[in-house]
Design a protein around this ligand. Sequence first.
Ligand code: NAD
Length: 488
Amino acid sequence: MPTPPIHRPQPQAPAPAPTLTPAPDETVSRLRAAFLTGRTRPAAWRKDQLRALRTLLIEHQEEFAAALHADLGKSGTEAHLTETGFVVNEIDHTLRHLDRWLRPRRVPVPLSLAPARARTVREPLGTVLIISPWNYPLMLALAPLVGALAAGNCAVIKPSELAPATSALLADRLPRALDPEAVAVVEGAVPETTALLEQPFDHIFYTGNGTVGRVVMAAAARRLTPVTLELGGKSPAVVEPGADLRAAARRIAWGKFMNAGQSCTAPDYVLAIGDTAPALERHLTTAIREMYGTDPAASADYGQVVNDRHFDRLLALLEDREGGGGNGLGGARLVTGGEHDRTTRYLAPTVLADVAPDAPVMREEIFGPILPIVRVPDLDAAIAFITARDKPLALYGFTASGRTKRRLATETSSGALAFGVPNAHLSVPGLPFGGVGESGLGSYHGAHSIDTFSHTKAVLDKPLLLDPLRAVYPPYTRTKDRLLRRFL
Ligand code: NAD
C-alpha cells in the first residue's frame, strides 16, 4: 500500500444535509415572479450577468480551485483547464456571438399569403432548473447556467451533494455576484432535489446518471416540462493497426486518467483491433509513468475517487468479486496499476488486458481509473461490438485510414465522434455537446445552449388594409373552389 501523499485531502465525515432556507416553492415562486417583470429579457441584462459570472470566476479562481481540490483532489491546473477556465471560455464565446444568435430570422412567405412578413424570434423559456453532478461540479453547474442566462431565463441550480465544498461555495458566491432575483442555488441531496422537481419549471436540465435521468423525466412529464438529459455510458476508443500507437496511447491515457477517470466523456474501454494490443499495453504503461511518475499516489496532478461507495464499487470491478474469475480479474491480465488505498481513496491508473466482452468491468460505465483493453479481430468486429450496446456519449477512433473514419461515422451512433483525441470536442464551442439514446437527450454549449434554453416562436404579420384573403372565406362557390385548388 502506498503511503498517503501529503497533497491528498483526508476524507471527512459527510456534512449534515443543509436545511433549505427558504423552501423550494418560495424560491421558485420568487424567480417566476421576477421573470414576469421582464427584467431578464434585455440583452444588456444577460450580458451583465455573464460578465459578472466571468469576474467571479477569475477573481475567486483560487477559492474555487481549493474547493475542487477538497472535493476531488483536483490539481490547480486541471481545475483551470476543465472547470473555471472552461466556463470563462464559454462566456467569452457567448458574449462574442450573442447579438447574432438572438437576432430574429426572416422567413419567406408563400405568394398566396402576400403581402405579409414572417420571422422567428427567440423567447426565453422562464425559470429553469439545473441539476448537476459531482465530477466537474463547477463546470457542469455553470456551463448550462451561461446558456440559461444568455437566453434570458431565471435559473435554480442544484449542485451535487457529493462535491460539498464546491456546492457550498456556489451557494455562497453566485447569489452575491449575480442578480439574486434571477439566480438561486439550492443545496441538498435526494429529498431537496425531489422537492424541487415538484415545482413548476419551464425546463429541467439534468446532468448525471441514467437511473436518476428517468426519475427527472418522469417528474417533468407530470407538468409536460421539457428536459435535457446529459447522461453517460461506456465510450469506446477504437485503435487500428497503422495508427501511431504511441501517440494514441498518450492521448487515451490523458483522456482516461484525468480527474481519476471520473469524466463522462473519458474513454471507458479500448477496442484493440488485430495485433495492436501488446504495443498499446506497453505505450499506455509508459504514458502513465510519464504523466504521473512511478508512484501516482505522490503526484499532485492525479485525482482521487470521489467517495467510499464509488471506491468500493471500483475495487469490486477490479477484483471481480462477484465474477470470481480464476486470477481475480475474471480472466483479465493486470498490465499496470491496481494499487489502492481506501483511506485516501487512491486507485492507481490501471490498465487491464485480454478483458472478456462480458467481464463485470464491461457491463457498466466504469467512471474511475480502470481501462480495459478488449481485443477484436477487425473493424467489422469493432463496429458490431459497439452497435450491439447502448449508444455511447462519445466514440473515439485512432486510425490512419479515411475509410475507417467514414465507416465509424456512418455505421455507428454516438453523442460525439472524435478521431485522434478524447474529451477535446467539448472545447470546440461550435459543437453541440450531448448524448443520444441511453447517453442523453438534447445538447448544449454555445449557440446550441440558446436552442436549448429558448423557445423559437413563429411570428406572422399580415397587414389588415388589403384583404385578398376574401377568396378563401366561405361560402365556397364553384369559382372560389377552383381558385383555391389551383393556388393553395
Ligand atoms: P450525482 O450522484 O452527483 O447525481 C447528479 C445529480 O442528481 C445530483 O445533483 C444529485 O443530487 C441528483 N440526484 C441523485 N439522486 C437523485 C434522485 N433519486 N432524485 C433526484 N435527484 C437525484 O452524479 P452521478 O449521477 O453519479 O454522475 C455520474 C454520472 O453522470 C455518470 O454516468 C456520468 O457519465 C454522467 N455524467 C454525464 C455528463 C454529461 O455531460 N453527459 C457529465 C458528467 C457526468
